[in-house]
Design a binder for this molecule. Structure first.
Ligand SMILES: [Zn+2]
Length: 502
């Protein structure tokens, strides 16, 4: 008698795609392939051999580790792409097309696709296109059909649109700002996608959009007023039928006809509950919409304050956040506003200031250390707000960093750090690696809004959000929007988010 052998269960194949860039529509500097190459760009197997080793805290790493740990060998992850670029202007159309065709080609070449995981930003813009992430999702749906589950993770600054929701099986997002939970987001998406593919859950989403355009200081998850909102989200997620709750605070510098805050509740086959929870969250967001957060200070005020901080300066530094040139939000990184003030009014204060100027850094790289150089800075990429500035100093350091060729030019006590690529200086190690001690500085200028607040905490005795002038202006009334929906708070008066148009 023949013994029937139990056939080995076939593994289910999950395609993995990660494509992140946050677009600032007001930036005149397009995002090119170089910006991806300089941050993270891995194709196919490289994602496993290199990508998740370098980016071991990010979504794909979290996703893959959870599949390995909990998938009982029944799921096979098939990496296709992991691409990240720094925030900036819209992506060049040819670069987007390259990614788009590569992704589709790879999917078409797969013999078996049982699920797809996409890790996207949600506020990605492409020259001449509207909602490119929805366009990509639509093309992927056309390849795999309606039945294959597609799980999508977004940054909570994502601009979520009707179409993005319609094309996904479920959506989840960061629940921290500054973002610290990339890995967890990938883990959660992996559990949800495996459960969906196994038929254990049936994700049902409710999506609500609010006419709300608020950003900057009020959106930190552990501070008022958002602490309460994130606390409520965590409680909601503890309910048994709830699979995921997301609150999108959008990206105020993405000028799109669906720009605005949104909430997504994903339940296990309970549309009524999903609707109720997303509505509760939307009401909560609306209730804190008028929260007052500190206005940026002038550079004059910031400098005069630290002049009187003698004892504190001996035990660390002060950090100036150049609020209108936030590289991590799409600022070009070449703003001369603070530098000009320091040169004219406070050259005696020891200050470190990063500034992007490819042309000048390449030119002075030819010189030896100790050479006296004269630089013409600013207004090379951003013509509208930025001013040209002449700067003379001593070349004290040349180095290759992840921001390209980097040179330190000293004028009195100002240490200007010139870089080829936009430099957010979000980590103190950037200055330390150039021999600039954080303990000895009076002022360190950074061009990012959130991560530095955690990373500089050892050295930072006081943070100043310095109001300058540029493409990441925090005051939305001073931004030249052309496409956003109106009315929208705070530009217009709206009584209830449900009925924005009276
Ligand atoms: Zn973000």
């Amino acid at each position: 008698m023949l013994t029937q052998l139990n056939p080995q269960p076939l593994s289910k194949h999950i395609a993995l795609i990660e494509l992140h860039q946050e677009t600032n529509s007001f930036s005149q500097v397009p995002t090119t392939l170089r910006e991806f190459e300089s941050l993270a760009l891995y194709y196919g197997e490289e994602v496993l051999t290199h990508g998740i080793k370098v980016y071991k805290k990010f979504q794909l790493a979290g996703f893959i580790s959870t599949v390995k740990q909990h998938g009982q060998g029944r799921f096979k992850t098939v990496p296709i792409l992991a691409a990240w670029a720094t925030s900036g202007g819209p992506i060049e159309a040819s670069v987007y097309k390259h990614f788009h065709h590569y992704i589709l080609e790879q999917l078409q070449g797969m013999a078996q696709i049982d699920g797809i995981y996409l890790s996207l930003h949600g506020a990605m813009g492409v020259e001449g296109m509207r909602d490119p992430e929805a366009y990509l999702l639509r093309a992927i749906r056309q390849v795999v059909g309606e039945a294959v589950p597609i799980g999508v993770s977004y940054d909570l600054h994502g601009n979520i649109t009707e179409e993005k929701v319609r094309l996904a099986t479920f959506i989840n997002a960061y629940q921290t700002n500054p973002h610290r939970d990339h890995f967890k987001v990938g883990q959660k998406a992996a559990r949800l996608l495996m459960d969906t593919m196994d038929g254990k859950v049936n994700p049902t989403m409710a999506f609500l959009k609010m006419p709300l355009l608020k950003g900057g200081g009020m959106t930190i998850d552990f501070l008022k007023p958002m602490r309460k909102v994130f606390g409520v989200m965590r409680k909601m997620e503890k309910r048994s039928e709830v699979l995921s709750i997301s609150n999108f605070m959008s990206h105020i510098w993405l000028d799109d006809e669906e720009t605005g805050w949104s909430c997504i509740a994903v339940t296990d086959n309970n549309p009524q509950l999903a609707r109720e929870l997303s509505e509760t969250l939307a009401d909560l967001n609306w209730s804190i919409k008028d929260h007052k957060h500190p206005e940026p200070v002038t550079v004059q005020k910031a400098v005069s304050t630290i002049e009187g901080m003698n004892w504190r300066r001996r035990f660390g530094t002060a950090v100036f956040c150049d609020t209108s040139d936030i590289v991590a939000a799409g600022g070009p990184g070449e703003n001369t506003y603070i530098l000009k003030y320091l040169m004219q009014n406070a050259p005696h204060l020891k200050s470190y200031l990063p500034l992007r100027d490819q042309e000048e850094v390449l030119r002075i790289f030819e010189f030896d250390i100790g050479h006296e150089v004269t630089l013409t800075l600013g207004r090379k990429l951003e013509q509208e707000y930025n001013a040209t500035l002449s700067y003379q100093g001593l070349l004290t350091k040349k180095s290759e960093t992840k921001f390209g060729k980097t040179a330190v030019v000293r004028h009195a006590n100002i240490f200007l750090v010139l870089t080829e690529l936009p430099c957010p200086a979000f980590s103190p190690s950037f200055f330390k690696n150039l021999g600039l001690s954080l303990w000895k500085a009076d002022i360190v200028v950074v061009k990012n809004l959130f991560p530095f607040r955690v990373k500089y905490s050892l050295y930072n005795r006081k943070t100043f959000n310095v109001g300058t002038s540029g493409t990441t202006e925090l005051d939305v009334s001073r931004l030249n929007y052309k496409k956003i929906p109106r009315p929208i708070h705070p530009l217009d008066t709206i009584a209830d988010w449900r009925k924005p148009i009276e």
